[in-house]
Design a protein around this ligand. Structure first.
Ligand SMILES: Cc1cc2nc3c(=O)[nH]c(=O)nc-3n(C[C@H](O)[C@H](O)[C@H](O)COP(=O)(O)OP(=O)(O)OC[C@H]3O[C@@H](n4cnc5c(N)ncnc54)[C@H](O)[C@@H]3O)c2cc1C
Length: 403
């Protein structure tokens, strides 16, 4: 093999795969990025755009087991697991509950904090590099609580953030109104993190990175990767719609679908879909000017380029279940209860599969026992935030493997 000509395939052009491909190209690597769809049409299309470097608290925290029975069978609750999917979800759920042990939570928080390092600054720099600095909103994140008692119930998470150096300010109602005058009287207490940021159109962001990657000589191919197989002597073969492509290294960054692609190679990931939904109001100005989190509803409000986006909810029902319109309806109801001025605005709905590991820590690195095969998935609720950190790690590993 001519090492100088060695090239790398990245499977999956979501925010994670696109950032990896872009990063590898910058390092002088010959890259082929493959997706069955145009870049950014998977989970990365409709997220809430929050660059949340302060989010060091994994989803499974001590006491989470008490919330599991409430998830079952209630389609409009923030967490939903239909009974019929319980047998398939059970192994993942058991690992999720184990990951909620305090020592495990502290270890996961440390790993998340390392991955989040400089996330906001990195996204500001990348958006500029790809010609879209306008997409970054630098106005912080505001988390809202009905009262101090509700904030107190989240004390573990805020203490964990403080332990990792996160700076925040607790606000009373006046403080909230100074930042966001349209917030409903339901919310009397807030927590403001001034140094967090937001991407005002996650799909356009992925597209801009993909375009710049191509301008820099990166190749993009449309097609379904049906199989990844090791070939004699090192290179890998990818079956893309019947064509066989040979490469020396492969990065699987196919979001929640990575599990199925890796299974035939004996690589077993504890990856489960947590489907989220959004409703996107169209046409009018957004009633908030920054990322606002309604903590009691577990909903993110984002002022996107084209109106208010209301995103959230977790549905564990597998990748093949049809979207459940009741879950999007519940988000629309929450938005209309909070902002009556939205009543005249039409809205669209969307859902996407978050690729989730039981401990909320993504898998980033070489696959065991497979030289030249790398994995970058499992980013869960924070794939946008951690896309650049992931790309830098994978970029470094591949560069040292190739040159
Ligand atoms: C409602 C909601 C709100 C969210 N809010 C935030 C937020 O505010 N901040 C944040 O950081 N994160 C957020 N997230 C999480 C974030 O969106 C995900 O973690 C991230 O998009 C995952 O990116 P990805 O590139 O791994 O996966 P994806 O975007 O799903 O990309 C995977 C790609 O692989 C392709 N693919 C799969 N299989 C194949 C195959 N066999 N052949 C070819 N192509 C294939 C797919 O077409 C897809 O384009 C949110 C998620 C949801 C659902």
């Amino acid at each position: 093999m001519n090492r100088a000509n060695a090239h790398v395939a990245v499977v999956g052009a979501g925010i994670v795969g696109v950032c990896i491909a872009y990063q590898l190209r910058k390092r002088g690597v010959d890259v082929l990025l493959i997706d069955r769809d145009e870049p950014g049409r998977g989970c990365s299309y409709g997220n809430s755009g929050a660059i949340s470097s302060a989010s060091v608290v994994p989803l499974a925290t001590p006491g989470i087991i008490r919330s599991v029975p409430g998830m079952l069978g209630k389609p409009d609750s923030p967490l939903f697991l239909p009974w019929r999917y319980l047998p398939q979800a059970l192994p993942w759920l058991l690992q999720f509950v184990q990951a909620s042990r305090k020592d495990r939570v502290l270890a996961s928080a440390k790993r998340l904090a390392e991955l989040h390092h400089e996330a906001v600054a990195r996204h500001i720099a990348l958006a500029s590099e790809v010609g879209r600095p306008d997409l970054i909103i630098q106005r912080g994140h505001l988390h809202l609580y009905p009262d101090k008692a509700a904030l107190q119930r989240d004390a573990f998470g805020w203490q964990l953030r403080r332990d990792h150096g996160v700076q925040y300010q607790i606000l009373d109602r006046d403080g909230i109104l100074q930042l966001e005058p349209n917030v409903s009287p339901r919310y009397q207490t807030g927590v403001f993190m001034a140094d967090q940021a937001t991407v005002a159109n996650p799909f356009q962001y992925v597209q801009a990175i993909a375009r710049k990657y191509q301008d820099n000589g990166g190749r993009l191919r449309s097609g379904v990767v049906q199989a990844i197989t090791p070939a004699e002597g090192g290179p890998w073969h990818l079956d893309v719609g019947g064509d066989v492509i040979s490469v020396s290294q492969v990065v699987v960054a196919a979001g929640v679908w990575s599990r199925k692609l890796l299974e035939p190679l004996g690589v077993k990931l504890a990856l489960e879909s947590q489907r989220g939904y959004h409703v996107q109001f169209q046409g009018g100005p957004a009633p908030v000017s920054r990322t606002v989190v309604l903590t009691d509803k577990r909903v993110f409000l984002t002022p996107m380029t084209d109106g208010l986006r209301v995103g959230g909810t977790v549905e564990i029902a597998g990748v093949n279940a049809a979207p459940d319109p009741r879950r999007a309806d519940a988000l629309a109801r929450i938005a209309l209860e909070s902002f009556s001025e939205l009543a005249d605005q039409p809205y669209t709905t969307w859902s996407g599969h978050r690729p989730c590991m039981p401990d909320s820590v993504p898998v980033i690195g070489p696959a065991d026992n497979h030289r030249g095969l790398f994995i970058a998935t499992g980013h869960g609720h924070l794939g946008l935030t951690d896309s650049i950190g992931t790309a830098q790690r994978i970029g470094g590993m591949i560069q040292s493997a190739l040159f």
